[in-house]
Write a protein that binds this ligand. Structure first.
Ligand code: HAM
Length: 418
């Protein structure tokens, strides 16, 4: 059969891998629940303006990467490129606007039209959380510590946390002026994108991945110096709390994050198994305007990339968990025994056993091969002669020993032994 691959940047997740995905989701759900978070499921597509307004029109994601299409009525819709904007849209319908705190987590597919490469997909999956409605440095620290705990519980040791502050809107003008003065001097040796960024959104320059630009960025002034005393104190308290919580981190004023909604604390997590350019998780504090609200609603959160977490787990030699093996495999060598096997499998499954069986007419050899492949520890075998004697043969696969069991005892025998 000719191979028919899915579109570039997407992948099929087969049963051999999906156990590891479920493990990560279950671990996330356990850890996040212990901090009072509940799961929120939002639609996979939203009205385009949810992301345009939420993430900022100048961001790379909005400008170049969104999958946008029109619905039948001509309204513009977009496959979600991230989770935060949709969560905030959903929370419009709750009393979060009145200052009630909401703690939610989510997982699921996100879509960005990026150039696919190792660890970069067009459909990827995030596990994320949002703590909405409150603003305090200790909340930011608790959120980062929760991510740290989750990674450890997920078997990911050696993750590196980098944090920074983006200040608040009022802090930015003096900081921007210092950055503009510096970059204006070097702009001729920078990439065309950075030239545009100098005019339109200077912070994006700090995020540029081009090697020549990176060298110039290294020499940029430490703009945090220009932030207000309140913003600096906020950041100090986050750092103190993280130290008290034993979360190791480093501080880098080059970390600005690719989305426009951030204020105060931002953070990113990398792992040396994947290198510095590929973050396994990122997040920060943000302010987002809910439709119809005059004041922005504060929140803090993060998202981790599931594919990237799995790559790190693999590099660390963590076991890959696939689908569980069946408890018993049923072989039927004629039509009547296959019918009885179907009924028996149904009874066993209702009693909580996991059963695999062959229901099509196939040779004994082929069915035995399937039984071996299934890794079930027991195989039941019956054909015309066993049916006539009202018995079945039960074979123990590890030592090859077998016994005959009367049809009338079969269900009880299997429930007891397999
Ligand atoms: P982000 O940094 O854009 O943040 O994405 C979070 C994580 O998603 C990344 O660290 C990475 O692991 C994964 N990721 C992003 N793009 C791709 C891709 N193309 N292929 C594979 N993995 C990818 C956000 O999305 C924010 N909404 C996080 C947040 C929540 N901030 C506050 N609350």
């Amino acid at each position: 059969m000719a191979a028919f691959a899915p579109p570039p940047g997407t992948a099929d997740i087969f049963p051999a891998e999906s156990g590891s995905w479920r493990f990560l989701e279950n671990t996330a759900s356990q850890v996040f629940s212990s901090y009072g978070y509940g799961e929120l499921r939002t639609p996979i597509f939203e009205y385009t303006e949810v992301f345009q307004r939420g993430l900022g029109g100048e961001t790379e994601v909005v400008q170049k990467e969104m999958y946008t299409f029109e619905d039948r009525g001509g309204r513009s819709l977009t496959l979600r490129p991230e989770g935060t904007a949709g969560v905030m849209r959903a929370l419009t319908n709750t009393d979060v606007a009145n200052g009630t705190e909401q703690r939610v987590f989510y997982y699921g597919p996100m879509f960005r039209g990026e150039r696919p490469s190792a660890g970069r997909r067009r459909q990827f999956h995030q596990i994320g959380v949002e703590n909405v409605g409150r603003c305090a440095p200790l909340i930011d620290a608790e959120c980062i510590a929760m991510l740290h705990n989750f990674l450890l519980k997920a078997g990911i040791t050696g993750a590196e946390f980098t944090i920074n502050t983006r200040g608040v809107a009022a802090d930015r003008a003096p900081a921007e002026a210092a950055l503009r003065e510096y970059f204006a001097k070097h702009i001729d040796s920078m990439c065309p994108d950075c030239r545009t960024r100098l005019e339109r959104n200077i912070w994006r320059i700090l995020d540029c991945k081009q090697e020549d630009c990176r060298k110039i960025i290294e020499g940029a002034p430490d703009y945090v110096e220009f932030f207000s005393d309140e913003s600096k104190a906020y950041f100090e308290e986050v750092k103190t709390a993280l130290t008290r919580l034993n979360v190791p981190f480093k501080v880098s004023s080059r970390l600005v994050r690719g989305l426009d909604y951030y204020v105060h604390t931002v953070f990113e997590v990398t792992h040396n198994a994947l290198g510095e350019q590929i973050a396994i998780a990122g997040g920060g504090r943000y302010e987002l305007f809910l439709p119809g609200e005059k004041r922005p609603i504060p929140g803090v959160g993060f998202a981790a990339g599931v594919e990237r977490l799995l790559m790190v787990r693999e590099a660390l030699g963590a076991p890959v968990s696939g689908g569980a093996a069946a408890d018993c495999f049923l072989i039927g060598l004629d039509g009547a025994s296959r019918m009885e096997n179907l009924i028996l499998a149904d009874e066993l499954r209702r009693a909580g056993k996991s059963v695999a069986l062959e229901l099509e007419e196939r040779s004994f050899k082929a069915q035995m091969r399937a039984a071996n492949r299934s890794q079930a520890p027991f195989t039941l075998i019956r054909g015309e002669s066993e049916m006539a004697q009202k018995i079945a043969i039960i074979k123990k696969m590890d030592d090859g020993s077998q016994c005959e069991v009367a049809e009338s005892d079969l269900l009880n025998y299997l429930l007891e032994h397999i």
